[in-house]
Design a protein around this ligand. Structure first.
Ligand SMILES: [Zn+2]
Length: 118
């Protein structure tokens, strides 16, 4: 039998005191069912909590691993970048020494003789 006073599970849960709400559950089949459902969900959340925490820990490990990777990568890539710059400077210096133009090096150039990269 449906209780006439019932305004639905959510509003009963919100507006009744815990005592009145539990009392209402005894008389209202619909809310009882809903409450059991909520209880199950709540239990599931309780059960899932350790897993969620574990997941958070894992993501923290992942973040730390990422940070280490980035640190390692920048530490390695900086010398490579410096080396690259040195090579570039040497190439530029050798071009200057031989008074070679970009065109003479056989590289594609635009109408002004500048290096043309498609
Ligand atoms: Zn109810």
């Amino acid at each position: 039998m449906k209780e006439k006073k019932c305004n639905g599970y959510e509003s009963m849960f919100t507006f009744l005191s815990e005592k009145d709400f539990l009392k209402h559950l005894e008389t209202c089949e619909e809310c009882k069912k809903e409450h059991e459902r909520m209880q199950k969900i709540s239990n599931l959340i309780q059960e899932a909590k350790p897993y969620i925490k574990q997941k958070r820990k894992n993501s923290q490990i992942l973040k730390a691993a990422c940070a280490i990777f980035i640190i390692c990568f920048t530490t390695i890539s900086i010398p490579i970048y410096t080396l690259g710059t040195n090579v570039y400077n040497q190439v530029v210096a050798s071009i200057d020494a031989n008074s070679m133009t970009v065109e003479e090096m056989g590289l594609p150039v635009d109408e002004y003789g500048f290096l043309y990269i498609n």
